[in-house]
Design a protein around this ligand. Sequence first.
Ligand SMILES: NC(=O)c1ccc[n+]([C@@H]2O[C@H](COP(=O)([O-])OP(=O)(O)OC[C@H]3O[C@@H](n4cnc5c(N)ncnc54)[C@H](OP(=O)(O)O)[C@@H]3O)[C@@H](O)[C@H]2O)c1
Length: 347
Amino acid sequence: MPTTNRQILLNGRPDGEPKASDFRLGEAPIPKPGPGQFLIRNHYLSLDPFQRGRMNANWRYGRKLEIGDVMIGSTVGEIIESYHPAWRTGTFVEGLLGWQEYALHDGEGGRQDYGPGLTRVDPKVAPVSTALGVLGTSGETAYWSIIDVAKPRPGDTVVISGAAGAVGTIAGQICKILGARVVGIAGSDDKVDYITRELGFDAGINYKTTPNLLDTLRQYCPDRIDVYYDNVGGEIADMMFRHLAKGARYIVVGRIANYNDAKPRLMPDLFPLIMTSRAQVHGFIVFDYEDRIREARAQLARWIDDGKIKYRETIAHGLENAPAAFMSMLKGGNTGKQLVKLFPDAR
Ligand SMILES: NC(=O)c1ccc[n+]([C@@H]2O[C@H](COP(=O)([O-])OP(=O)(O)OC[C@H]3O[C@@H](n4cnc5c(N)ncnc54)[C@H](OP(=O)(O)O)[C@@H]3O)[C@@H](O)[C@H]2O)c1
């Protein structure tokens, strides 16, 4: 049994894009569980855009990180030692256990707002890594934002940015299941090939090479956009307002293009476009659906079984490579869910 718990700590607050020196590999003794506690050996770590925001001093909701803190992040792992009657050795769990190899827990705490609670994971349903992606927060985000907020109707044209990522790939496939026409926006030709050829999106746009995004949108969405699913913010999102159909829904899910900005971006210039298109702009936060996690996971698992939803994982190996994988993900290095496999024998 090893005695050292390797951890990635916040070493500095990024000024713009994060860099390697903003992270530090630390070592602590593996904690010893006491009565009512148990020890988890993490198998996979989830790398998510929201973690970038938590590195800032002026983070607005949820717990902000202090210098020296273990980086915030969800993991899936196995209970390897337990002194808690309800949490047995051998059980797989998912929770906000941080960028570290081992974690102590007492089974308490809710999951609201990335709370400290745990969710049990059944390895018989799917590989445990999916509890961080398609059957975890990414899948739940896609599911509820489409089913309960965007509500595309058959024949609607839906445009999804961040289309080849963890949330976008699943959101687009759910829209296809519901009968919509789906156009994805992604940052490479390989990603466009993936979403159109493998996932069944109707069209894809490489926003990095298209000479004029608005012209390309006019070409792929001749009847304008009924639903814009905004995973990225920035100039791509601004452009969508110029091509919305009357009564369109504009769903704000993520703003990754703005996460490195020092100041929040205000967009009053776009208000006339909202007025003329009579669009409805909806904000979405997955925490609001914490009490409906099982419902989303069960439906997504059925769709995977039926072959209606496919998923991909981009996996880095070893905790020491988590910062590089995180920085790569923020710049588009991933297709589907970005994970770190923490041990060679991870399940
Ligand atoms: N509201 C919620 O409850 C909720 C929950 C989960 C996630 N989110 C948000 O949803 C979005 C997607 O999250 P995810 O976990 O699925 O991440 P992801 O899409 O798997 O990874 C991030 C992707 O963003 C793209 N990207 C990076 N910078 C960009 C830019 N300047 N312009 C356009 N695209 C850019 C990159 O792909 P390309 O190669 O295509 O550039 C990259 O692969 C994020 O904004 C995240 O914060 C929101």
